[in-house]
Design a protein around this ligand. Structure first.
Ligand SMILES: NC(=O)c1ccc[n+]([C@@H]2O[C@H](COP(=O)([O-])OP(=O)(O)OC[C@H]3O[C@@H](n4cnc5c(N)ncnc54)[C@H](O)[C@@H]3O)[C@@H](O)[C@H]2O)c1
Length: 305
């Protein structure tokens, strides 16, 4: 553990995320490619109103997919859908709470009704509850809600997607887990960590069981990202630096960088990839010894704020 004064001093050495991605992820958003990597495919994306789901929806549209965007945030979901339509790509928005079996069944039915088939499902919707804490402090309600959305939501998405993908002659399912399913978390969030472990295990079973049906199932494990979900907790440079000390690339990831990983798993380019634990984490899972983000300090474990 470091003395608070040391950490204060250390966090003043540099501003968080001074190491920006070398590529600009904006500016090529408005064109649909004629021979895109998902040309002719129909894709359903949950949690499409924001963050990873939104960036993936925009990227899939540019790569030629027809889209079903799913969320509970109808206002933002409709805005993303309209932006995709404005690009000239087919897209519809469906309100569905993925923790409700009927809603999940309906979103798949709408996809098949609208486009006649379904090829790709990205089960991405998830929450990280503000009151999710350690085992002693976390309430039953918070635990149940997190498991219902993050785990049952993925189960429901797969339950109804598998028969639809079979009808289409095969397909690709990507389930969003997290690096915490591999590493655990420095910040106590027992329900979230448990839920992402379940998504990872469930994905492995799905991949094996449905492999001979031509359905690939992979678990996407993002590292810490500069999205709303995380930044609302890491709201000071000091808190951000506590996380960044563990990330070799020295910055938070961007949702658009995760979307690029999802595109690979969704497309036929990953035709021999199934059951994988697909980490897009800035090298975080390898950082047994940490870089000197906190100057003069090398640490493998930093206690949470
Ligand atoms: N942001 C990170 O650092 C990070 C890291 C690892 C994994 N993840 C995971 O990535 C996924 C997306 O995260 P994000 O950062 O884009 O978050 P986000 O909060 O920006 O987006 C999540 C979306 O899911 C929607 N949603 C929430 N509950 C829903 C429900 N019951 N039914 C349908 N939609 C619902 C929200 O309205 C929101 O639009 C989540 O599963 C999250 O756990 C995020």
């Amino acid at each position: 553990m470091f003395a608070p004064s040391l950490l204060r001093q250390a966090s003043s050495f540099r501003k968080v995320n001074s190491l920006r991605p070398v590529i600009s992820f904006r500016g090529f958003a408005s064109q649909v490619k004629k021979d895109g990597r998902l040309a002719g495919k129909v894709a359903l994306i949950t949690g499409a109103s924001s963050g990873i789901g939104k960036e993936t929806s925009l990227l899939f549209a540019r790569e030629g997919a027809s889209l079903v965007l799913v969320d509970v945030d109808d206002k933002r979901g409709n805005e993303v859908t309209q932006a995709i339509k404005d690009m000239g790509a087919p897209a519809i928005y469906v309100h569905a709470d993925v923790s409700k079996m009927k809603d999940s069944e309906n979103m798949v039915a709408v996809a098949e009704k609208e486009y006649g088939k379904l090829n790709i499902v990205f089960n991405n919707a998830g929450i990280s509850h503000a009151d999710d804490d350690d085992a002693v402090k976390t309430s039953e309600e918070v635990f149940d809600l997190t498991m219902n959305i993050n785990v049952k939501g993925v189960f429901a998405g797969c339950k109804y997607a598998v028969p639809a993908l079979k009808r289409a002659g095969g397909g690709s399912i990507i389930n969003t887990a997290s690096f915490v399913a591999i590493l655990g978390a420095a910040t106590p969030q027992i329900a979230y960590t448990a839920s992402k472990g379940a998504v990872l295990s469930m994905t492995r079973e799905l991949a094996v069981i449905h492999a001979r049906e031509g359905i690939r199932v992979n678990a996407l494990c993002p590292g810490p990202l500069r999205t709303e979900l995380l930044m609302k907790y890491l709201n000071t440079d000091e808190k951000k630096n506590r996380r960044l000390v563990h990330v070799p690339l020295g910055r938070f990831g961007e949702a658009a960088e995760i979307a690029n990983g999802v595109l690979f798993l969704a497309s036929d380019e990953s035709s021999f990839v199934t059951g994988s634990t697909f980490l897009v984490d800035g090298g975080m899972s390898l950082s047994y010894l940490c870089f000197s983000s906190l100057e003069g300090i090398t640490a493998a474990y930093v206690t949470p704020l």
